[in-house]
Design a protein. Structure first.
Length: 135
């Protein structure tokens, strides 16, 4: 989101109210692949190799997006031998995704962002694009 420098004092008030951290949070979730990774990790921890296989993404892409999500403190990992297992760190993220689903449904753009219990193998899910209707 670009900030208009001619917007006057409202921008300063928004900044004082903490908008930059909020913008950073939403920016971290603005990428479709990062959202797909979050959706997959909501089902349980996974290694990079699991994410690349299940989501059909390159290892470098997954690693880059995991680094972004780690920088926002939404994802962390635990080492086991030479492997790293990634997981979500904040259960509140599921509440945010629930609210986003409800807001999008109310505006005519229903999507599924949270895992559905018993919804096939891990990684299966709705591709998250604007205007998709969840089935």
């Amino acid at each position: 989101m670009a900030i208009d420098s001619d917007a006057g004092p409202c921008v300063s008030v928004d900044i004082a109210a903490g908008i930059p951290p909020a913008a950073a949070l939403f920016h971290s979730l603005a990428d479709e692949n990062r959202l797909r990774i979050v959706q997959r990790l909501a089902r349980g921890e996974a290694r990079v190799v699991d994410l690349t296989t299940e989501l059909g993404l390159a290892q470098s892409t997954v690693s880059k997006h995991l680094a972004c999500l780690r920088d926002c403190h939404l994802v962390d990992y635990r080492a086991e031998g030479r492997q790293s297992f990634y997981s979500l760190t904040r259960p509140e993220l599921m509440d945010l995704l629930t609210s986003a689903e409800q807001l999008l449904a109310a505006t005519g753009h229903a999507v599924t962002l949270r895992p559905t219990p018993g919804a096939g193998r891990p990684g299966d899910g709705v591709r998250l694009t604007a205007g998709d209707v969840a089935t």
